[in-house]
Design a binder for this molecule. Structure first.
Ligand code: ATP
Length: 132
């Protein structure tokens, strides 16, 4: 099946794949060719892409997936291969979010800080994988 991953700034991926697994708001979902049509909401996590003997992993930071039997289209807020992730930027984002969450002030937008923390933790995890 064809997999397309589109982010606001580019077409991140457009190739034939054998199997994908990614994180939705209802848990991990694995998609093989000929899956029934389905639309899902992607949470802050990763996508595993299996092509013949190769398996790759990328961060997948929110969005929507439209599944058709021969095609999956993902509109993502952001997606990065491990080598594209700037670890010090993610460390800094993690620190900023943790500092905000540690404050007791009512002015803190906790949900916003929590999602920023999740994005940073996913990037730090995915950056450890090889993308070959
Ligand atoms: P920051 O606070 O560091 O900007 P963020 O979580 O707010 O991080 P996003 O809004 O999720 O960033 O992403 C904005 C753009 O920056 C996207 O194109 C995303 O791929 C890229 N990006 C964010 N963090 C990193 C990172 N650590 N390494 C590489 N690219 C990143």
């Amino acid at each position: 099946m064809n997999l397309q991953i589109i982010t606001p700034d580019k077409k991140f991926f457009d190739e034939e794949v054998d199997r994908i697994v990614f994180k939705t708001t209802e848990g991990d979902i694995g998609i093989l060719p000929n899956h029934e049509p389905l639309t899902t909401i992607i949470s802050i996590g990763y996508i595993k892409i299996k092509q013949e003997e190769k398996e790759r992993k990328a961060s997948l930071i929110g969005g929507f997936a439209e599944i058709q039997p021969d095609k999956v289209t993902i509109l993502a807020d952001a997606a990065e291969w491990p080598h594209e992730i700037d670890r010090s930027r993610a460390e800094a984002a993690k620190r900023r979010a943790e500092e905000r969450l540690a404050k007791k002030s009512a002015e803190i937008d906790r949900a916003r800080a929590e999602t920023a923390l999740k994005r940073a933790l996913v990037r730090l995890e995915i950056s450890q994988y090889s993308d070959k």
